[in-house]
Design a protein around this ligand. Structure first.
Ligand SMILES: Cc1cc2nc3c(=O)[nH]c(=O)nc-3n(C[C@H](O)[C@H](O)[C@H](O)COP(=O)(O)OP(=O)(O)OC[C@H]3O[C@@H](n4cnc5c(N)ncnc54)[C@H](O)[C@@H]3O)c2cc1C
Length: 315
């Protein structure tokens, strides 16, 4: 089959890997400027120096054997490394969190900066409408987007799938990115669940980084929801203040401070793994089908690709 996938995050790409292995042709469209999705990395030019911040997922767990094999392969390729600071089964992308997704995307036909506005179907098959132009027909379509965005596309074709997506509402997450002239006097490289902080990490201390003193500070979901419409400046300052409560000495000057609002960050998930409507040849994968983690998003995409492969064989 000639398959189109909406969304080239880790779920969409894991599905694409499986489909290609089963002999299908795959084309992916993603509105992002580059690879990563919610595993993305923000790059900033400051005084002639490049800074980077993992401003989405902070690390990922490796518990499932299939995912373990994938991660070992990434480690061999130099794009992932264990990071004990976050736990015995925690890993990060190297030299940045988006590196594994970038590596996966390199091996597929992915169109970044392509914002899909509609998914339609006629006698010839599936068509993807972009802000400029249209692509298709395709034999099958996969929606690999966050739940809220997936629901909008699925609703015109399969109401049950759309209802599942609507049941998996996400929480937002305000994230602040900070760079300092010198080391901030905080002994630990990470802080969990303290005051308004859900998670904070000395980003430059992760393996493979050479960024000096950079921190990523994420507010927990309920604070983010309450302050969703605050200005980025006010949020960045609040998260900086919350971090500096942990300093036990003079704090060096701040070189960079910004905030990013993830409107759809974490979903509880609906525990269905992946969805496939064989009559329409329409599928859905993503973290909202399995749980709010990188590993579970990968497993959802992997599972959908395998389901389609075996359905095609049976037919
Ligand atoms: C702030 C934050 C912190 C997190 N921390 C962790 C963590 O520490 N550990 C962990 O395991 N997980 C964490 N997660 C969750 C993890 O990042 C996600 O579960 C996982 O990356 C989801 O992958 P996905 O492929 O399902 O979705 P995504 O990565 O969101 O991929 C969907 C893709 O669809 C694209 N897209 C959306 N709409 C359109 C459109 N209309 N047209 C074209 N493309 C579109 C997007 O650009 C995106 O690339 C975190 C997430 C956030 C936001």
């Amino acid at each position: 089959m000639d398959v189109v996938i909406l969304g080239a995050g880790i779920a969409g790409l894991a599905c694409a890997d499986q489909l290609r292995a089963a002999g299908h042709q795959v084309t992916l469209f993603d509105k992002g400027r580059g690879p990563g999705g919610r595993m993305s990395t923000r790059r900033v030019e400051l005084d002639g120096e490049q800074l980077q911040f993992d401003h989405g997922a902070q690390y990922f767990t490796v518990r499932d054997d299939r995912f373990r094999r994938q991660v070992q392969d990434w480690q061999t390729q130099g794009v992932a490394s264990p990071w004990q600071e976050a736990g015995p089964d925690a890993w990060v992308g190297t030299p940045a969190m988006n590196a594994p997704v970038r590596r996966m995307a390199e091996t597929h036909r992915v169109h970044f900066r392509h914002h899909v506005v509609a998914l339609t179907r006629d006698i010839a098959g599936w068509h993807v409408r972009l802000q400029e132009g249209q692509h298709g027909p395709y034999d099958a379509a996969i929606v690999a987007l966050p739940a809220e965005q997936a629901a909008a596309f699925l609703g015109s074709h399969d109401l049950m799938m759309a209802a599942d997506a609507m049941a998996a509402r996400s929480q937002p997450c305000w994230t602040a990115m900070m760079a300092f002239e010198n080391r901030v006097p905080i002994a630990a490289d990470s802080i969990r669940q303290h005051g308004i902080i859900g998670w904070a990490a000395r980003d430059g201390a992760k393996p493979g980084r050479h960024d000096g003193e950079t921190w990523v500070v994420q507010a927990h979901g309920s604070w983010s929801a309450l302050h969703l419409e605050d200005t980025p400046e006010a949020v960045a300052q609040a998260l900086l203040d919350a971090l500096l409560v942990h300093a036990d000495g003079p704090v060096p000057p701040v070189r960079y401070l910004a905030a990013h609002r993830w409107r759809f960050a974490m979903t509880p998930g609906v525990d269905k793994g992946a969805l496939w409507n064989g009559a329409l040849r329409l599928g859905a994968c993503g973290d909202w089908l399995q749980g709010p983690r990188v590993e579970l998003a990968w497993l959802s995409g992997h599972r959908l690709g395998a389901m389609i492969g075996s359905a095609a064989e049976a037919a």
